[in-house]
Every structure is written in C-alpha cells, then in structure tokens.
Design a protein around this ligand. Structure first.
Ligand code: 8YV
Length: 329
C-alpha cells in the first residue's frame, strides 16, 4: 500500500479523504519539530508528504527524497521551500491559499485594534493589581476612524484586511505591491504608492508579503524612521520581514506608536523578550489561521492536493506548475 507521511496532527476528515482513496498514513504526533535528517528518514517508505509546520524542503531534502511523488504544504507561505530546486527535481509542491485569508486578516484586524487600545497591556495591569484610582488622562489609546491603512502586499489577505478596515472605520487604503491591484483600487478606492510613501503616510501599516530575499529585514531602522510618530506596525506575515532590534529601538524612542505581531523571529519567541512588556505592543503566537473552520479547510485542501499528486494528476494549488511541462529532469 502506498503511504503518505503527515508531519502533525490534522483534521480527521482530511485524513479520511486520503484513506478513502486507498492510501496508508503515517502521522508524526510528537510535540517537537523534526530535524532535516529525521524528516528524510521518516519519508522512507512513503510516496507523499503532507508537510505541516516549518519543515525545510531544500536541495538536500529533495535529492534524498526522489521517491516522493509530491509534497502538499498545509500553509500559504512557502518560504521554507527552495522552489527552484523542487522544479529542477520535477517535484510538484502545493500550498493552501485563499482558505485562510479571512482568518489571517481577522488576526491583523484584532492586533490593529488591540494595539490602538493597548489591550494586552491593560489586561496585564489588572493581573498586577494596578486597576486602582480612575485617572481620565491614563490608559489612553487612539482611534482608527478615518485614518489611513497602508498595506504592503495587497493580495488575498491584505485585501480582506482592507475591506474590514474600510467597512468598520472608514479607513483610507493605500498600498504598495510589485504590481498594481486594479480590483482593489475599484473595490476600495485604494491608492497605489511607493514604499517610501507607504511608510510616510500610513497610520497603520500592515505587512502581507511573502518572506523572500527581497522582503527579509525590509522593516529596519531606516524604514521605521520614515514612519509617523502615531503609526502602528502590524506583521502577520513572517517575523524575518522586520528587524526586531530596530523595532524595539523605534518603540522605545517613540519614533512609532506601537506594534502588533503574530510572527516573530525566531519562533517561538523567548518568554523574557522585553517587547512582551511594552505598553503599545501586542504579540500573538502565530495564530493567524488558527480557527477550527480555517484549519479544517487547510487540511482538506492539502489532502486533496496530495491525493492528486499520488494519482499522477496536477495538484490544484501547485506553486511550481512548470513541473508539469515536459522535458524537465
Ligand atoms: C500556518 C502560516 O499556521 O499559512 C501560513 O503560511 O503561516 C500559517 O497559516 C503555519 O504555517 C502552519 O504550517
């Protein structure tokens, strides 16, 4: 019986789909990430990999696992994958776009409002017994009504956030992308601006780009220093897109007003990280897509993709469709 390796516990319905197609399953359930060597070893005897979590799919892995017919990621991000190497090896790889856009945009929205009202810090003050005398000049946040939301990467998730921000607070939307998003411009009256203008004009700046060599460390001191003193920085994409030391500096110096992060570098974040105790900072443990509904849809999508790969058919959400063209290795 041909078998699929699944690297985390996932929805039973998704596993059932795979079993119903006549494939066997191995499910790695330990609460620790697999090392590259362990992952390679574990893939032995399997024809499909359903990869959940931060597994590195690089040249070494791909040349050691040529027996796999396909790899389905249960994530939209594929920064752990060397796509060129996969294509060179003729290995189809799929991701899970669209199904997590709303949940992830909700997380960005949650952070935006939580930072604006210092919500996480306020919670801590109660725990510390500091909810005392009423001072009308204390605990003041800021409002979002009519302010400007800047989106870096107005794609699927960025668009969902922009829709919510416009509907809830009448926020003006500006964005910076590699190419213009005409649909968003019509739908939201969004304005395309340069990256520099995005930094200078945003009251809230939310990041929705992939982690690539180009976006790595894009938010450094130089970038943060162009932002407004009332600006809120939100990152629900990947932690390595902002430089944490520089973010700390601009928050301490009040160069920007606050930050909301669902992603850090490294993950998990150290529990003693001083950012966790800052008044205008809200941090979540990478729960962008973590709802029952969305994780179910992601698991089903990944299962459907791996089934297709095993049948020798095109994976619907393939990220390297070039592998299906003839003439490759
Ligand atoms: C996942 C994510 O939780 O989809 C992504 O890119 O970051 C999250 O939705 C995580 O990657 C699990 O594999």
């Amino acid at each position: 019986m041909e078998k699929v390796l699944v690297t985390r516990r996932i929805s039973e319905n998704a596993l059932e789909l795979i079993r119903n197609e006549g494939y066997g399953l191995s499910i790695y359930t330990e609460n620790k990430d697999l090392t590259p060597a362990e992952l390679i070893k574990m893939c032995e005897g399997h024809v499909g990999l359903l990869s959940v979590g931060p597994n590195k799919i690089d040249e070494h892995f791909l040349s050691s696992c040529k027996h796999l017919k396909g790899i389905a990621l249960m994530s939209v991000g594929y920064d752990k994958v060397d796509v060129n190497a996969a294509t060179k090896h003729g290995m189809p790889i799929s991701n899970t776009p669209d199904v997590l856009s709303e949940a992830t945009a909700d997380t960005a929205f949650l952070l935006m409002l939580s930072v604006a009202r210092k919500a996480f810090y306020m919670h801590k003050t109660i725990e510390r017994g500091e909810w005392g005398f009423f001072d009308p000049m204390k605990n003041l946040g800021q409002e979002l009504y009519g302010k400007t939301l800047g989106v870096l990467g107005l794609g699927r998730i960025g668009l969902e956030l922009a829709k919510k921000a416009k509907a809830a607070y009448g926020m003006k939307v500006i964005y910076h992308n590699r190419s213009k998003n005409k649909n968003a411009e019509e739908l939201l009256n969004a304005t395309y601006v340069s990256f520099d203008d995005l930094l200078k004009r945003s009251d809230v700046l939310s990041v929705h780009v992939n982690l690539t060599e180009e976006t790595k460390g894009m938010f450094n001191l130089t970038a943060f220093e162009k932002m407004k003193p009332n600006a809120i920085f939100i990152n629900t994409a990947r932690g390595a897109i902002h430089n944490e030391k520089d973010l700390m500096t601009v928050l301490q110096n009040k160069t920007i007003w606050g930050a909301g992060l669902d992603v850090t570098n490294p993950e998990p974040m150290d529990r003693n990280n001083p950012l966790l105790n800052m008044e205008n900072v809200c941090i979540l443990p990478h729960i962008g897509s973590a709802t029952e509904e969305t994780r179910e849809k992601m698991a089903i999508m990944a299962a459907q993709n791996i089934i297709k790969a095993l049948k020798g058919e095109q994976m619907p959400q393939v990220i390297n469709p070039e592998v299906y063209q003839k003439g490759l290795e």
